[in-house]
Structures are given as C-alpha cells and as structure tokens.
Design a protein around this ligand. Structure first.
Ligand code: ADP
Ligand code: GLC
Length: 503
C-alpha cells in the first residue's frame, strides 16, 4: 500500500487501524469535468470522485452552477430552497443534482455569485469578487449537507477556493453536527492562494481570533489557501515530488514554512487518469482507434492532425504537440524564445493549443504566421482538438517551471506520444528519461529551464526520431503500458480519509 510513500504518521496509523468501514465524503471544487473545466483540476476531481464511489464509498460533490453549465435532462431539481447561513443572515439558493450509484453532483444556483459564464474570469480579467464568491461556496457546501441531513465523515476541499471550510468546521460549526467531520485539503497548485479582505471572516461568521499569522492571516489579509493548510485535519498534494518541493523556498510560494510545520500531516498522491475518457482504444474524439497491438490508428490520427493544421502530410516529419494554459507556470515563454530557431534548423511540425496571457498568445500567433506550414496555433479551449493532439503528435512538450502533477504527460503517454518534460513535480514522478544504451525510458527529461537545455533536449528527441525509429517505437510502447490508472491512488485517498477521520 502506502509503504514507500513518505508519511511516517500515516504509515503507523495504517498498521493499527482496520479500514473496512464505508465512508461518506463531501468534495468541494470550483471545477468538475466535463461541466466546468479550465485545467487539470476539473479532470482530477471528476475522476477521483468517480473512483472513490466505485470503491463503494458515498461521494457527494458540490460546485457552483455557472451560467455556462448545461445540465442534462435527467438532472434533479430540488424545489425547496437551500438555506445558506452567512455571518450577516440567511441567503437562499437552489440545488440541481445529477445522481449515479454512490455519487451525486450538486450544482448550486445562486445568481449573484455564480450566474456568470466564466469560472474565475471573463474577457475583462479575473472577477473582482472571487474571494467572496468562493468563500460563499465553502459555506454553501456545508449547508448542502444540512439540507440533505447528511453528515459526511470528511469534507474534502480542493485548492484555495475551499480553504475556509476547515476553518468553519473548527469554529462556527464546532458545536454543531458538521463540526465532527474530518477534513482533507488538497493542494493542486500553490501559486494561487486566494487573498481576501479580513471582512470575509464576518461574511462567514468566523470569529476574528483565527486572524493571526499561525492561522489565516498573511500580509494583513486572509489567505484562503493558508487557512486550509493550517486548519485541515490532513493535507494532500498531487504528486510525491511536489509534496517535497513545496516545503522548499523555491516552490513554496511563501508557504513553505507552513508546509514544513504540517509535514507530518501531508502526503503526495499522484493523480490518476480516467481511461474511459482518455484511452486510444475508446476515445470518441479520435478518427481512428489504436492500441499497443495495432498502431496503425496512430498514424491515421497524425495525418488527420497534419491536415487540420494545414501541414504537409508526411509521416517522416516529427510532430510536436502542446496543450496548455498559457501562463508562467508552464514555461512556454522559454519555448517561444527558441521556437523560431528550432523551426529554422529542424524539419519539425509544431501544434499548440492553449489560451491565457495575451502577450504569450500574441507571440505564438506571430510565430505561426511566419512559419505557417510548420507551426499551427489555436488560441482557445477545444476539447476535441486536445484529444487529437495527444493522439496524433509524436512528442508532447511540457517545459513547466513547476508542475504539481500534470495530466497531459500521462494522457500523451497513454496515446504513445512521447513527453519532453522538465524534471519537476509530477512530471519527474511519471516520466522516465530515455536511455539509448539500456533501451529504457518513456520520455525525455531536462533539469534546468533554460533556453539551451530546452533546445538541446528537443534536438535530442528529434535526432532519435530521425536516426533510431526502433528506439522511438520501443519508447512509445513502454509509455502506453504505464499504469496511470486511479486504482492505487484512489485507495491512498481512502487511507487518508480514514486517517483524517481519526484526528
Ligand atoms: P493544469 O491543470 O495545470 O492546466 P494539467 O496537465 O494537469 O495542467 O491539466 C490540463 C488539462 O486541461 C488537460 O486535460 C488539458 O487537455 C486541458 N487543457 C488545457 N488547456 C486546454 C485547451 N486550451 N483546450 C482544451 N483542453 C485544455
Ligand atoms: C493543477 C496543476 C496540475 C495538476 C492539476 C490537477 O492545475 O497545475 O499540475 O495536474 O492541478 O491536480
């Protein structure tokens, strides 16, 4: 089970505790695929909830009903109003439910905060009241449980948007039924911390004594992520390496000391992937299916991708794919610096799908204009194209500055597309560097995010593609059979839930 995996406290706990009991888990998240997704958080929460439910536990997921969400017809409308107990009085919302075996998704309708097309932002930028919106979501989650008279064993919050839940459980809820619940707080990304005015505490009825440096306070404001880190019963993050990295100043975004302080309650659990959605044998977005036994479909997918990008259809030219949020985290500014040089030197095709910082979007658009039959850029969010890139490309690039887990490198490996990644966080934990001598490895790794190391690593991959097709074929097959399923990771979460419950 968890033996090799970091946390001594959990290990001792597991030796002395039998865990046959079925658990009730309330998950809270701002994103949930396929309804509301910006990045990997939505995929992760949806698949984790599903796999925990499949293990026989009862899972309820609470998220906002954003204006962009189209609910299916079989969705249940709960007619009596949801009462939300704010610090200043009551608010009323409405719950819509999608129900499956052991699993419910609760979409909460509340116009003032959630009736917007974006999750965090629109074309004008981040919503200015995100602190209030997600503080409100945290309260909503607890009140949804009261609404159904359902006391979970664990509240499981994801990222800063849910950081005030454990604080409420420990304060305003302490003498009420939800105050008995344990809490697990998962860090998907430490960079986004959710700063709020101090008044957010009154907004939720949380007493002011938590506003202290070893509580929710940071730089005179409430830091919602820090709140979760201090108050949750147990902490997880999405890979073992990231669990270690965030305890250092380089990756800690100012919270490394807090994480060190709570190291005994922190564990890294690598995300899995949902192979019913991401597998070359079944993916409905692909023009042809394939598997390790028959790779012809992959060639077909590559040709389709080349056609979509208006590239020459040529199997011998390596195709490099990227699907990413275009933000500093992903290191693609460094890639933009070297891309023209790469396209001048190598016979390479590059396709990039993403959106984010407008300056980076513009740079990639300019490069694609100049090298139009070798570089294609699609700015926007496009689920179908993302699947085709994962399947049709030869290589998949992730030069991240930091990467808590990363799902794309696992998706790409599942499709026999070889990742070229910086050795950090979950990328380090999931990709094994190629060794020509030993014929091992599933991708190409580099340590330092510099132009030269990125350039050289891409050239290395290019050279192997050109000179050693056998090595590439072997690497593809090794990548495709890696076990990235949720089987092991979901069980680790169950262990952590039991651990949190016993606190
Ligand atoms: P992160 O969560 O940091 O963005 P991950 O690798 O964990 O990184 O997950 C990214 C997820 O978001 C993947 O499912 C990826 O395909 C998807 N994604 C990111 N940008 C886009 C886009 N522009 N269009 C479609 N899917 C995207
Ligand atoms: C975050 C991280 C990413 C991770 C995802 C799901 O968005 O940036 O690395 O895979 O969450 O956990």
């Amino acid at each position: 089970m968890l033996k090799a995996c970091i946390n001594h406290g959990l290990h001792i706990f597991l030796q002395n505790y039998s865990m046959n009991e079925h658990l009730k888990i309330c998950m809270v998240s701002p994103e949930l695929s396929p309804f509301a997704k910006i990045g990997g958080l939505g995929d992760c929460v949806a698949s984790l909830a599903k796999f925990i439910a499949q293990l026989g536990h009862e899972v309820k997921v609470v998220l906002p009903k954003y204006a962009s969400i189209r609910l299916p017809e079989h969705c249940i409308e709960h007619l009596s109003p949801l009462v939300i107990s704010m610090g200043y009085g009551k608010e009323y919302g409405k719950i819509w439910e999608i129900r499956a075996k052991n699993l419910s998704f609760y979409f909460v309708e509340f116009h003032r905060y959630f009736d917007r097309t974006g999750i965090y932002s629109d074309v004008y930028g981040d919503y200015r009241d995100n602190d209030e919106r997600f503080a409100f979501l945290s309260r909503v989650a607890i009140d949804v449980c009261y609404y159904f008279n359902w006391v979970p064993d664990i509240f499981h919050g994801h990222d800063w948007t849910t950081g005030l839940i454990p604080v409420m459980l420990d304060t305003v809820e302490r003498q009420r039924s939800m105050g008995q619940c344990g809490s697990v707080f998962t860090i998907h990304n430490l960079q986004h911390q959710g700063y709020a005015r101090k008044s957010v505490l009154d907004f939720l009825g949380i007493p002011g004594h938590v506003f202290r440096p070893d509580g929710v306070e940071a730089f005179g404001q409430v830091n919602m992520l820090k709140a979760g880190l201090y108050f949750a019963s147990k902490l997880t993050t999405v890979s073992e390496t990231y669990a270690r990295e965030i305890q250092t100043p380089t990756f800690g975004f100012g919270l490394d000391a807090v994480l060190k302080f709570r190291a005994g309650d922190l564990i890294g659990i690598r995300n899995g992937i949902d192979e019913t959605l991401w597998s070359p044998q079944h993916d409905p977005f692909l023009p042809a299916k394939f598997s390790t036994k028959n790779m012809a479909g992959k060639v077909f997918c590559k040709r389709r991708l080349q056609r979509c990008c208006d590239f020459p259809i040529d199997d011998s030219v390596p195709l490099l794919g990227i699907v990413a949020r275009l933000y500093e985290q992903k290191g693609l500014d460094i890639f933009a610096n070297i891309l023209p040089g790469l396209l001048e030197k190598l016979t390479l095709q590059v396709v990039l799908l993403g959106n984010g910082e407008s300056s980076l979007e513009t740079r990639f658009i300019e490069i694609a204009k100049k090298y139009d039959r070798r570089c294609f850029v699609h700015i926007g969010f496009h689920e179908a194209l993302s699947h085709l890139i994962e399947a049709g490309a030869d290589f998949f690039l992730m030069p991240s500055r930091f990467e808590p887990c990363g799902l794309n490198q696992m998706y790409s490996m599942r499709y026999g597309t070889i990742p070229i990644v910086r050795a950090t966080g979950g990328l380090r934990d999931t990709v094994e560097n190629f060794s020509e001598k030993n014929e091992t490895g599933t991708g190409f790794l580099f340590d330092d995010l510099t132009e030269s190391s990125l350039y050289n690593t891409i050239c290395w991959a290019y050279k192997i593609y050109r000179d050693c097709p056998r090595a590439i074929a072997g690497m593809r097959l090794r990548a495709m059979v890696q076990d990235f399923s949720w089987n092991t990771s979901a069980k680790k979460y169950i262990d952590v839930y039991h651990w949190a419950k016993k606190c």
